[in-house]
Design a protein around this ligand. Structure first.
Ligand SMILES: [Zn+2]
Length: 1004
């Protein structure tokens, strides 16, 4: 599943210039209509439950069955069942009577039955947005039971029947007791989203039964379960209906055993109006025109798979098609106008190449005969990797080469690479339970970089961009005391959304990258291959992966227990800071180093009583002015260790975490920092580009957390005029924008911005502005990616920190656009130019951009135009924009949160956004609270700039008044704001002191 990037590494003046404005999380709409639906449903549900209660009570009295005897079981939690291999939850003696055992009160399914095959027939009524269905489930009995317990949610269950089919080997039930089973009663249990069928007689182990259920429900106007959506074609509104079952919404579309471990095969049949096309995971097997004019489409039987990967869609999209080298048919379905304009061709092209890449890499064939990519106008996530029918929100798959920036193309590419990876990691081998969701998401996120490198080797993503966008990004979050371990216990349905967060995705990817580097490419690949082959069509937990990787190491005589090592990283929160110092003691010779580890935390208070330890693969190299020695790998297990290293003298420096492959920060004694900084000033390229970026990020964050004097990072970036590569610049600009958020309202701000401009000026002028104009071919495909990105980074820094020439250039471009009505601004820097223009020029420019925002149809262009509107210095206009976003439909619902956050990033809009957020909290919360990811993005985005005592108190009051202490978002925001305030209290004075002295200041 692809989350939408919220890029908390924010931009200067919050103007989010490089931010991917295309972060389109679409939330579940809370229209009036839905409220009414919900309301009706509640009333109906209430009436039904009263009725049920009366009947149940009556039956209970008659049968003298005391149903509520076991109220205490209400809170029983199911096994989390993740350690060890994939197993169904063991039955805990379900032989008791109803009065003794009520397995539907547990949060997990009882594990007494296992579904083997589902025959699912759905009739779709697009005229009134309802559907009816019949499911016939072949069940194998594991432990004797009188109860069939499975999931349903919001389904109106109609008829239920059970028949005995015979032995598990398929022998027919020809003895007495075979055939139809008498049902005592069946009822829904909404608290656990289960439906219960109580039989008169027990189901027997090793025998097979068939459960038939007919049901109906609405095709809701919210983005989960089986839902509807719409788009406009030739001024006419068209509808489509599709599914989003991950993580726990298959139960909203049909009764099923909706936990990932209950894999089964599925035969899906859809009946629908003839004007629509039906799609599902498998190819169409048969299509029949019915007497009433509708069409019945039957799809081939799937392989064994989890319920949440099942999918279908009914739409009138068209498609383009290609075939992979191994004969897999790949189609991209989208709005007919998008297909005819060729917007889907790029994604189709890379998908074909990616199937080949993954098949070679994993040495496991893609499992299905076809793969459809479905581009939909609205989706709750960036994309969803349903097996054979992956769904993408349009902004993450359609590309208009002429107007799209390279960052838009890069992001789109990575989403496709991510979802295709899931066809193996996720669809084929599925995590046993949600606490290990990072196993699939971490892998897919890591492979975004590996797979993109395959497509575009010159981008060098895994060695470079991974560092800033994944490693540095997640270490910011994971350095907070409010972070959590990557493996999170998940007991109930409500907790499941919570585990899809950046820790799962980004930390997961960073840990996997660390492991791949420790093992080496060949052994890592061998281990993965063994893991996929052993668990294909089944489930696996992290220990299954660790054991395969350990075996791969042992096959080469390497005795490393991967499980033991990785448990430290996955079961503990946070990460270590490793301090390396040259030996100071008289007893040991000078080529010894002392290494010390502790838990890295931004908050001082939390540091004192923390005793976490990690098993750290530390790579170290020794270098001097002209060369760097080969790296050595040292395993650090204890708090403090001493190690022998190559020859050192007073002029040699030590460098740890070579190429930043490890998930930790490195600190040194001040003398070593000084030598490293000298090296960077004199000849930076002796140190690898990844380490240059890493030194910058570590130095700024160590200073921010109080491990290093404030002058160290400032002096370090004094070398930037000598820096020719994009990545260190990107790392520096991210750190500088972080500081900018803290400083942009201080009296001495210009000391800081002047210092930044001084570092930027020379290279900015040397590189100049891009000359390509729209109309030329796709940007990034031309492979000068690194140069283009560096040029863009420098223009962004120059314009946002106030370089006059940069401002003039932007204004010239905007004036030319307005006077000629031709947009000649190169796509790659349009966001910077628009934003700078709006902030510097008058109200007419704002109106012009507002008008263009409405008239353009290219999704990427629309995003950056809207973003530019938040850059104005005019609070009246900002206020108007905020109000229009929330109360009119002029701004798409999924973009409202971005508008508020971006207004907050603008120093002129900060107070406004903070005030607006609090005033409208009730509305925003009602609209977005169910979409946890959106909710925490909003809360984080609006509060991260707060940094005064007054604002901290306002935040505390707000949390208290609205009772918002629970959930991850508010505690995290509070900790960040407390950190901001603390930085001002403890470090601001030193920071400005250093800047006031000369750039030749000493460290500290
Ligand atoms: Zn994913």
């Amino acid at each position: 599943m692809g989350l939408n990037d919220s890029s908390p590494g924010a931009m200067r003046n919050g103007r989010g210039l490089s931010d991917q404005w295309a972060e389109t999380v679409v939330v579940r709409p809370r229209t009036t209509e839905r409220h009414i639906t919900v309301h009706k449903r509640l009333v109906l549900g209430f009436a039904l439950s009263i009725l049920t209660l009366i009947i149940v009570t009556a039956v209970a009295v008659v049968l003298s069955v005391r149903f509520e005897d076991c109220g205490s079981r209400d809170v029983a939690t199911g096994e989390s069942g993740s350690r060890g291999s994939a197993k169904l939850n063991g039955s805990k003696g379900e032989r008791g009577d109803e009065e003794g055992v009520q397995p539907w009160r547990n949060l997990r399914l009882p594990g007494t039955l296992r579904p083997r095959h589902y025959d699912l027939r759905i009739a779709v009524y697009m005229d009134n947005f309802t559907f009816s269905g019949e499911v016939s489930i072949e069940l194998e009995c594991i432990n004797a039971t009188r109860f069939i317990v499975l999931h349903t949610d919001r389904l109106e269950v109609d008829r239920v029947s059970v028949t005995a089919e015979g032995g598990a080997n398929g022998r027919p039930a020809n003895r007495p007791g075979g055939g139809a089973m008498r049902i005592h009663r069946h009822f829904p249990h909404p608290t656990t989203q289960m439906h219960v069928v109580v039989l008169h007689r027990e189901l027997k182990p090793l025998r097979v039964y068939r459960l038939n259920i007919s049901f109906e429900a609405a095709i809701e106007n919210e983005l989960l379960g089986f839902f509807r959506s719409s788009y406009t074609l030739h001024r006419e509104k068209r509808f489509l209906a599709l599914t989003q079952f991950s993580p726990i919404h298959a139960r909203k579309a049909f009764p099923c055993f909706d936990e990932p471990v209950y894999k089964a095969t599925f035969s899906v049949t859809l009946r629908h109006d003839a004007q629509y096309t039906a799609l599902s995971n498998m190819p169409e097997e048969q299509s029949v025109l019915e007497e009433d004019g509708s069409i019945t489409t039957r799809f081939s039987r799937t392989p064994r798979m989890s319920t949440y990967y099942l999918a279908w869609a009914v739409c009138n999209f068209t498609f383009r098609e290609t075939t992979s080298d191994t004969g897999v048919t790949i189609r991209l379905y989208a709005r007919p106008d998008a297909i005819s304009s060729g917007s889907g061709d790029y994604a189709l092209h890379i998908t074909k190449r990616l199937l080949g890449f993954y098949q070679d890499y994993f040495k496991v064939q893609y499992s299905l005969p076809k793969l459809d990519l479905l581009a939909v106008p609205k989706h709750p996530y960036a994309a969803m990797e349903n097996w054979g029918l992956s769904v993408f929100v349009e902004q993450k798959i359609l590309l208009d080469a002429e107007v799209s920036s390279s960052s838009y193309q890069m992001e789109l590419t990575m989403v496709v690479v991510h979802e295709i990876c899931h066809q193996w990691f996720g669809d084929l081998v599925t995590p046993v339970w949600w606490e290990d969701v990072w196993l699939k998401e971490g892998f897919a996120h890591y492979f975004e970089y590996v797979g993109t490198d395959f497509l575009f080797p010159k981008w060098n993503m895994e060695k470079q961009r991974f560092l800033t966008d994944v490693l540095h990004e997640v270490m910011l979050l994971d350095g907070l005391n409010s972070s959590h371990p990557i493996s999170q216990e998940v007991a109930q349905a409500a907790d499941i959304d919570r585990v899809f967060d950046w820790i799962a995705y980004k930390k997961g990817a960073a840990l996997i990258r660390m492991l791949a580097n420790v093992m080496g490419q060949t052994l890592f690949q061998r281990g993965l291959n063994d893991y996929l082959l052993s668990h294909m069509y089944g489930n696996a937990a992290r220990d299954d992966l660790w054991s395969k990787l350990t075996q791969a190491m042992r096959s080469e005589g390497l005795q490393i227990d991967i499980g033991q090592m990785m448990d430290r990283w996955t079961l503990q929160m946070g990460y270590p800071i490793v301090t390396i110092s040259k030996n100071q003691s008289e007893q040991l010779p000078t080529h010894y180093i002392t290494v010390h580890q502790e838990h890295f935390l931004y908050s001082q208070e939390a540091k004192s009583n923390n005793s976490l330890l990690w098993q750290i693969p530390l790579t170290v190299a020794v270098g001097n002015a002209s060369s760097v020695g080969s790296e050595s790998l040292i395993w650090i297990n204890n708090k403090t260790e001493t190690h022998r290293i190559g020859q050192m003298d007073d002029s040699t420096w030590l460098l740890g975490n070579i190429n930043q492959t490890g998930y930790f920060r490195v600190n040194y004694d001040l003398a070593n920092w000084k030598l490293l900084i000298q090296q960077l000033h004199n000849n930076p390229e002796i140190i690898s580009v990844g380490n240059r970026a890493g030194l910058i990020d570590d130095a700024f964050n160590l200073a921010r957390a109080g491990y290093l004097p404030q002058g160290v990072p400032l002096q370090l970036i004094g070398y930037l005029p000598e820096e020719p590569s994009f990545l260190p610049w990107h790392s520096a600009s991210r750190a500088l924008y972080q500081l900018d958020k803290l400083l942009d309202r201080t009296d001495e701000y210009s000391l800081f911005s002047d210092y930044v401009l001084k570092q930027v000026a020379a290279r900015y002028h040397r590189m100049g502005w891009p000359t390509n104009v729209p109309g030329s071919e796709g940007n990034v495909l031309q492979a000068s990616y690194q140069t283009e990105e560096l040029q863009r980074e420098l223009i962004m820094l120059a314009c946002s920190f106030g370089n006059k020439q940069c401002h003039r250039q932007a204004v010239t471009y905007i004036s030319d656009w307005i006077s000629s009505n031709k947009n000649r601004i190169p796509p790659n820097i349009r966001d910077i130019v628009y934003c700078t223009g709006v902030s510097l020029m008058d109200e007419d420019v704002w109106e012009f951009i507002w008008m263009k925002f409405h008239s353009t149809s290219a999704v990427s262009e629309k995003k950056i135009l809207l973003e530019a509107l938040t850059c104005s210095d005019n609070t009246f206009l900002l206020n108007r924009l905020l109000n229009l976003s929330l109360t009119s439909d002029l701004v798409p619902e999924q973009d409202v949160i971005d508008v508020i956050i971006h207004v907050g990033r603008n120093p002129q809009g900060r107070n406004l956004a903070w005030k607006y957020f609090r005033e409208k909290w009730d509305i925003l919360n009602a609209r977005y609270s169910e979409a946890l990811f959106m909710n925490s993005k909003l809360i984080g985005g609006v509060t991260e700039f707060l940094n005064t005592e007054k604002e901290l108190n306002e935040l505390k009051e707000f949390i208290q008044a609205n009772n918002l202490g629970a959930g991850p978002a508010m505690p995290r925001s509070l900790e960040i704001v407390e950190g901001n305030v603390r930085w001002h209290r403890l470090h601001r004075r030193h920071f400005f002191q250093w800047l006031r002295k000369s750039p030749n200041s000493n460290l500290g």
